[in-house]
Write a protein that binds this ligand. Structure first.
Ligand SMILES: *[C@@H]1O[C@H](CO)[C@@H](O)[C@H](O)[C@H]1NC(C)=O
Ligand SMILES: *[C@@H]1O[C@H](CO)[C@@H](O)[C@H](O)[C@H]1NC(C)=O
Ligand SMILES: *[C@@H]1O[C@H](CO)[C@@H](O)[C@H](O)[C@H]1NC(C)=O
Length: 422
């Protein structure tokens, strides 16, 4: 320091300077002492448990508890409390399906719901633009804003895993943009409703929102040799040109880490289950998805295997696909096209949807006039039609009675739980 310097003429002012410095140091110290005492007093007297002292005491007492892994805190999302549910639809098609897709969309339209439409990359650009234009310019869609086209279209290989990725893609878009819907329904352009949306929303208002309608079984039978053991590759996963799946010569064994389930590719899935599949905080949906990448006809197994191996969800399954589908006897690769000859059986099935219908099929006109009461431009009038502001105003008709019969029958069946994931 300065004082170490040998005697000099400057000594006196230096000493003075030093004393002044000490004084200000002392002042600063006293001040900071006062301040910290004040702070401690404040923190003790404020009774909020977030103050650091209390926090320390609390963490000390809980230290003896079993440590939790972070994943165990993630839980299944709650369902919505809306009195009337909302549905999210994916309607997809391929080359030549544009007109049918528009017709199905109108017949399913309700301002409460959300819609995503997809024409895969096999459809020509003109056809896709035509559908995009329709979605954009239809005044009702414009006004409500609940219909969107998946413009970044996917290449979807028939029987390949790209069908499942396309479904997950649309579900993710609806999840991000579609607000708080309750169920996700995957349809194609050759599907058609047999009840009005008012009928459907009215009937679904009365049932728990966590239920998943998915037809399934663990009895995979012949599929073990035809589907589970062969390994397929879907070129749609890496190529821009459409070509069919192909088989590799190696076989694999049936999974032992989880149990395989199979069933219908048509389903109505709850929002919490879709969230579980999309977010993947549990690894099962991701692992099973990667497994199904090499599985023929993955839409008939992916969601079934995930839901039945997830203990939070297996009890939410209802073993039905809500569709009327007519298979030939013995069944061929495709169900047969429905015609007027199937009309009565369709109605008697009480199912809300049927497939598959050919283009401009006459029975669709019959459904429009006798079951849906479509107006001339193809929309199905409901409670919302006259009072567009209020979408919870429903006008259920005979279709609601039929559907209630089906759903009540399923939910009250004695073997209801015996049919879950067996
Ligand atoms: C979804 O819809 C398409 C129709 O385009 C269908 O082929 C597919 O199997 C459906 N199911 C699933 C689970 O993706
Ligand atoms: C599912 O239901 C079965 C019986 O039906 C029951 O034993 C089991 O605890 C339930 N699981 C969950 C997660 O609720
Ligand atoms: C909408 O309609 C429902 C059923 O008729 C009614 O209970 C509700 O109060 C209406 N809401 C509004 C905002 O008018």
């Amino acid at each position: 320091m300065d004082s170490a310097s040998p005697g000099s003429v400057n000594k006196a002012p230096q000493l003075h300077h030093l004393q002044h410095k000490r004084k200000s140091w002392f002042l600063l110290l006293t001040f900071s002492l006062l301040l910290s005492t004040l702070l401690i007093i404040i923190s003790i007297t404020s009774s909020t448990s977030s103050s650091s002292l209390f926090y320390y005491a609390r963490t000390k007492t809980t230290k003896t508890q079993v440590p939790h892994f972070v994943e165990s805190k993630l839980h299944v999302a709650p369902t919505s409390p809306n009195p009337v549910p909302k549905l999210a639809y994916l309607i997809s098609g391929s080359a030549g399906d544009g007109e049918n897709l528009k017709r199905t969309l109108k017949a399913l339209y309700h301002p409460r719901n959300q819609y995503a439409v997809h024409l895969d990359l096999e459809a020509s650009t003109e056809e896709r633009l035509e559908v995009a234009k329709f979605v954009k310019s239809e005044p009702l869609f414009q006004k409500v804003g609940n219909v969107r086209m998946v413009t970044r279209a996917n290449l979807v290989t028939y029987r390949g895993p790209t069908m499942v990725t396309n479904t997950l893609h649309a579900a993710a878009i609806l999840f991000k943009e579609g607000g708080n819907w309750d169920w996700f329904i995957n349809l194609s352009a050759s599907d058609y409703p047999l009840v009005t949306q008012d009928d459907l929303l009215h009937t679904l208002s009365a049932i728990p929102r966590h239920l998943n309608f998915i037809e399934h079984t663990s009895d995979i039978g012949w599929k073990e040799y035809q589907r589970a053991k062969p390994v397929i590759i879907d070129p749609g996963l890496y190529s821009r040109a459409k070509s069919d799946v192909f088989w590799v010569s190696e076989k694999r064994s049936v999974p032992s880490a989880y149990k395989l389930f199979t069933g219908s590719a048509w389903m109505m899935l709850s929002r919490p289950f879709i969230e579980y599949c999309l977010w993947g905080w549990d690894n099962l949906p991701r692992i099973v998805l990667m497994y199904y990448a090499n599985f023929l006809s993955s839409p008939e197994g992916y969601f079934h295997t995930v839901i039945c191996n997830a203990k939070d969800f297996r009890n939410t399954t209802v073993n039905h696909d809500l569709h009327f589908i007519s298979w030939d006897n013995p069944p061929k690769q495709h169900p047969h096209f429905l015609t007027v000859a199937d009309y009565q059986r369709m109605v008697d099935s009480n199912a809300p949807f049927a497939r598959k219908f050919g283009k401009k099929e006459f029975v669709l006109d019959k459904i429009d006039s006798e079951l849906l009461g479509c107006n001339a431009n193809g929309f199905v009038p409901g409670g919302w039609y006259n009072s567009e502001a209020n979408t919870t105003e429903l006008r259920p008709g005979p279709g609601a009675e039929r559907l209630k019969h089906l759903i009540n029958g399923l939910l009250s069946a004695e073997d209801f739980s015996a049919k879950q994931c067996r």
